[in-house]
Design a protein around this ligand. Structure first.
Ligand code: SF4
Length: 240
């Protein structure tokens, strides 16, 4: 079974622990207002590739990955090609490659298929984009319920999870956002870490090339101070 691949990053350092081989899949149903990869949206493009070919690439670079080769499947949205991602991860596990799934949690509603994927997933990087259902729908085009349901699945199958949130000034940069995130996640034991990612505008050129308007072109980027202050709120909540 082949998958539609957008691109690869052979030495990824921001999508999971260590240096990783990152596979960006083609196709995403969401339309996040801050999306950096609008060129991954179309599910009908991308290069058709077999899982065996990807594993071969990872193993070719194994010398760079330390003790264990590591892969992250990102997007687009990996759950849109869940059967392919599962097959790829199965093959990775056979070859002792650490597997991370970077997902919005939206793309497959079939519990059996999700279970099969999670059986071969070592780590999930789960994007929780907002903490109010109305904002979630308005700024991503997908229901918040999807991410909450996916988080429940991660807990059920005990998958180590990192929660990731892109912080956008004016949209989700207040202390209350951390408080709601805390309430949403405080009873979930599989969460190992929270990563707050600053909103950036490196994608402007891409939008221009695609003749698309970037909705946040006048929004300021998120600075280190803002991110640090939100981590402080988060850490205070965890200490209570
Ligand atoms: S889920 Fe990711 S790829 Fe899809 S629109 Fe949102 S940011 Fe872009």
């Amino acid at each position: 079974m082949s998958g539609r691949i957008h691109s690869y990053l052979t030495m990824g350092t921001v999508d999971g622990p260590g240096i990783r081989f990152v596979v960006f899949l083609q196709g995403c149903f969401a339309r996040c207002i801050y999306c950096h990869n609008p060129d991954t949206w179309d599910k009908n493009t991308g290069i058709l590739t077999e899982p065996e070919d990807i594993v071969e690439k990872v193993l070719r670079y194994r010398a760079y990955y330390g003790k264990q080769p590591q892969i992250t499947v990102s997007g687009g949205e990996a759950l849109n090609q869940i059967e392919f991602t599962t097959k790829l991860f199965r093959l990775c596990k056979k070859n002792k490659i650490h597997t991370a799934l970077d997902t919005s949690g939206f793309g497959c509603m079939e519990e059996e298929k999700i279970k099969e994927l999670l059986e071969v997933t070592d780590l999930c990087l789960l994007d929780v984009k907002f903490t109010i259902p109305e904002a979630y729908e308005e700024f991503t085009g997908i229901p918040m319920e999807a991410v909450v349901t996916f988080l429940d699945q991660l807990e059920k199958y005990k998958i180590t999870t990192w929660i990731r949130m892109v912080i956008v000034p004016g949209l989700n940069d207040k202390a209350e956002e951390m408080e709601r995130l805390y309430q949403l996640t405080k009873d979930i034991t599989c969460i190992e870490k929270l990563e707050l990612l600053p909103f950036r505008k490196l994608c402007l050129e891409k939008y221009q090339e695609m003749n698309l308007e970037f909705p946040l072109k006048v929004t300021p980027e998120a600075g280190k101070e803002l991110i640090d202050s939100l981590y402080n709120v988060w850490n205070d909540l965890k200490m209570k």
